[in-house]
Design a protein around this ligand. Sequence first.
Ligand SMILES: [Zn+2]
Length: 302
Amino acid sequence: MSKLQTSVIAALLAFGAVSLVIAYAQVPEGSSRESALLPAAQTETVPSVVPSSTEANLTPSESAIAPQSSQSQPAQANTPDVAAAVPASVSRGLIYLDPGHQRKGNAQQEPVSPGSRETKAKVTGGTRGVATGKPEYVLNLEVAVLLKEALIARGFEVQMTREDHDVDISNAERAEMANAADAQLAVRIHADGNDSPKAKGFSVLYPDAGVRSTQSIQPASQMAAAAILEALKAGTDAASRGMVARSDLSGFNWSKVPVVLIELGFMTNPTEDKQLSEPEYQQQLADAIADGIDSYMKNKED
Ligand SMILES: [Zn+2]
């Protein structure tokens, strides 16, 4: 009796041990690649591992194929991976566009540069056309959208801080968006205002060489500003007011990528205000700015 019991127990133990060995031998086959995704699988029984790892294996590839299954053979060959790789491989670099201002300014304060005790409004309302009545934030976005298209046509990748007026993005945040994207150049689009209705013409602003936070991007920013100014002179008949170094702009001082600000013209000058809203002139401006960016990016590579 006791011998029989012992043998039965021994046999059961032996069977259990073999089952365990089989179980553990099977786990790595089915789940080795998914083990990181399914931490519980290794300590659980085999049956729960196999179906879940099978699902993990099949579901993503099936779902990737499914949307294309009804399409023709060439479309199927063009897998999502290949399609996504094409624009990146031919892109001439990322340009970040910031159409200045927004529908409602934000008077809350932010440091004018990293670590500074001096503060400025997060974002102001901008100027307004004396003849058109158009707010600056509208004009800035109109030209920025044309510039985006002109840059894409030249092979650049473009991202924008806003494509809508109803946003609340401070000037420092706009700079940090371009920083986070590791843009090759940030281009801020604005229009000018002045007490005198006679003031007219475009200008290109860049970070002043005396600002500590932008030391590393200052020379490149100045180069880009020069290239854009020259292209605006060549591409429009408008008056050039030249390049202006600025140390007081949060949108410059927070930037870790080369940055410029283009003042397209004066919305406080009735003649220029009307011209700034003409579609042909907006296209001229966009094309000229794109040419300037193009020439800066070419020279930068040399
Ligand atoms: Zn402005």
